[in-house]
Design a protein around this ligand. Structure first.
Ligand code: 3EB
Length: 340
C-alpha cells in the first residue's frame, strides 16, 4: 500500500478558512476563531489559554488531496488510505444509566466501543493517539473519582474488543471546567511503534492505588507518515516509577517533566543518528493546574529547552491532584528510523 501522502499539521491563522476537502480534522482549544468553518471533524475544548489569548491552539491536520469521511454513531471522522481522524463529544446528562452507576464510566465505555467499532469497520486496526478531555475530573461519582471512572470505562472497552493494554495509544487526559466528554483520535492502517519511559512504570501497569483499572496509554509512539514518521509524546508529568515527585513545587515538577521528555526523546532517537528529534522540532501543549504558575512554568521550560520552542499554555486539571503541570508534544520527521 502506498504511503506517499503525508499528514501535516498547521496552526490555523485567525480568520483563515479551512481547505475543507483536504482537512482531516481540527483541534480548537480555547475560543473557536472568528469566521471559522469546517465540514471536517473538530475537537473543540474550551480551556483557558494562558498568556496571549491570540495564542489559542487551532491545529489542522491535513493532506494534499481530498479526504472521505462521515458520521459513525457519535463520531465525526475523515480518512485517507492510510490514516483516520475522528472526534466525538458525549453529553453525560443524556445517558440513561441504572441507579448507582457512573454516567462518566458509561459515556467513556460507549465512546471507546464506538471508536473500536468504527476502526474495525473501516479497517484501521491501529489506534495511534487519543486526546481525552473530561469535565470535573476530580469530583467523586458513585464513590470514586471521575478520572478513575473514566479509566474503568476505557479499560472495559479495550477488553471488550480484545485489545491488549500494552498495545495502547499515546494519549492525554485532562480535566475541563465544563463541557462534554470530548475525545479525538488518530488511527492508522499500519502499526505505530510504542515507546515506554525507562524512568516510569508503564501507565497500564500502575498499581491499584491509582484506581481499580489502569489508564490504557503508552508514553509515546512513532507512526509511519509517507516516507517519514510522526512522533506522539503522551501527557508527561513529574512521575518517577509510579509516584508523583516534588509535591507543591511547580518548578521542580517542570524540571522532572523535562527529564521524562528527554528520556522519551532518547528512545525515539535510537536509529535516528543522522536526524535526531530535537527540542525545537516538537510542538508542545503545556497544561498548568494553577493559572498563576504560568510565568514560572514558561520561564523554567524556556530556560531548559530554549525560548524558540513552539508551545501553547493552557489552564487545565491534570489527572492527579498533586500534579501541577503536564506537557505533551508531537513532531514530524521526513525519514523513518533505521532499525539497529
Ligand atoms: C500520568 O503519567 C499522568 O489517562 O490517558 C498522562 C497521559 C496521564 C495520559 C491518560 C494520563 C493519561 O499518569 C496522567
Amino acid at each position: 500500500m502506498s504511503l506517499n501522502v503525508p499528514l501535516q499539521l498547521t496552526q490555523l491563522e485567525s480568520g483563515a478558512t479551512v481547505a475543507t476537502e483536504m482537512t482531516l480534522g481540527v483541534h480548537c482549544l480555547g475560543a473557536i476563531p472568528a469566521g471559522f468553518n469546517s465540514t471536517a471533524p473538530v475537537q473543540h475544548v474550551s480551556l483557558p489559554i494562558l498568556g496571549d489569548a491570540a495564542d489559542a491552539l487551532n491545529e489542522v491536520w491535513h493532506v494534499s488531496h481530498a479526504c472521505s469521511g462521515g458520521q459513525f454513531e457519535d463520531i465525526a471522522y475523515r480518512r485517507t488510505e492510510d490514516v483516520l481522524f475522528g472526534s466525538l463529544a458525549i453529553d453525560e446528562a443524556r445517558l440513561a444509566v441504572e441507579d448507582g452507576s457512573s454516567r462518566l464510566h458509561a459515556a467513556t465505555e460507549s465512546a471507546y466501543r464506538q471508536i473500536f467499532a468504527l476502526l474495525a469497520a473501516e479497517g484501521f486496526s491501529y489506534l495511534w493517539r487519543t486526546w481525552n478531555y473530561l469535565p470535573a475530573i476530580h469530583e467523586e461519582e458513585c464513590g470514586l473519582e471521575r478520572y478513575r471512572q473514566f479509566n474503568i470505562g476505557r479499560h472495559q472497552a479495550f477488553s471488550a474488543f480484545a485489545r491488549p493494554v500494552d498495545s495502547s495509544p499515546a494519549a492525554c487526559a485532562l480535566g475541563t471546567a465544563t463541557g462534554p466528554l470530548s475525545i479525538a483520535f488518530i488511527a492508522g492502517r499500519q502499526a505505530s511503534t510504542r515507546i515506554e519511559n525507562p524512568r516510569q512504570v508503564s501507565a497500564f501497569a500502575y498499581p491499584s492505588q491509582y484506581g481499580p483499572r489502569s489508564p490504557t496509554f503508552t508514553r509515546a509512539a512513532t507512526a509511519p507518515n509517507g516516507d517519514g514518521e510522526i512522533l506522539f509524546i503522551s501527557g508527561t508529568a513529574s512521575i518517577v516509577g509510579h509516584e508523583t515527585l516534588h509535591h507543591g513545587n511547580v518548578v521542580a515538577q517542570t524540571r522532572e517533566t523535562v527529564a521524562n521528555l528527554a528520556a522519551l526523546l532518547e528512545r525515539a532517537n535510537r536509529g535516528r543518528a543522522s536526524s535526531p528529534y530535537q527540542w525545537n522540532d516538537l510542538i508542545y501543549r503545556v497544561y498548568i493546574r494553577h493559572a498563576q504558575d504560568y510565568a514560572v512554568v514558561r520561564q523554567t521550560l524556556e530556560g531548559l529547552l530554549g525560548s524558540a520552542i513552539q508551545a501553547v499554555y493552557m489552564q487545565a486539571e491534570v489527572c492527579r491532584h498533586d500534579l501541577l503541570v503536564e506537557i505533551e508534544a508531537l513532531a514530524f520527521k521526513p525519514s523513518k528510523a533505521t532499525p539497529s
